[in-house]
Design a protein around this ligand. Sequence first.
Ligand SMILES: N[C@@H](CCC(=O)N[C@@H](CS)C(=O)NCC(=O)O)C(=O)O
Length: 208
Amino acid sequence: MLLYFKPGACSLSVRIILNELNLPFESVEVDTQTGMTIDGADYRAINPKGYVPALQIEPGIVLTENPVILQYLPDLRPQAGLAPAAGTLDRIRLQEWLNFTSSELHKAFGPWFSGRALEENEQSRAEINLARRIDDVERGLSDGRCFILGQTFTVADAYLFVVLNWSGFIGFDLARWPKVAAHVARIAMRPAVRAALVAEGLLQEETA
Ligand SMILES: N[C@@H](CCC(=O)N[C@@H](CS)C(=O)NCC(=O)O)C(=O)O
């Protein structure tokens, strides 16, 4: 398989899951601004939508949309338990969290990644909206569960981790949400996560 990624972007969650599942893969960095891969290919010919992630699963077959890729992969290795079985209520709960993470939490970070400095009122509106979405995650963890679906790590935790971790890049302190902060710290310790962070230049190899 071939993962098209941008360091630290939501595509990092796909790398984490590829690592967790010990699936062999290669990866190619994409410059989404120029629309070129680092090795000079036209990325729009691979994913016309222009964003990452994209996962080539075999020559000529490319999957896009993070919540979809994050369900395709665990179904290749169901025994690893990274997603509840399709057709179960637990799988629907997983989809709820993946969809929430994609359309609500992920997008709540959008204003900071718009490529221009935010006006004061825009910044405070964006902060209020982001805080509301993080409240939702804190509520999801409120019964003391270690992972968002319960006591088992799933692909939803990987996606939540990657997105919540952006709070560090934008200087948004998670201390107001102790269960969320603990969840991020817990996921960050996983060997597959550390290896993914190293691979994308977000963590020094010797500290991994
Ligand atoms: N709906 C897409 C959204 C993917 C997305 O927003 N990707 C971002 C990185 S996290 C991206 O490539 N943005 C274009 C850019 O950064 O220029 C998905 O779920 O895969």
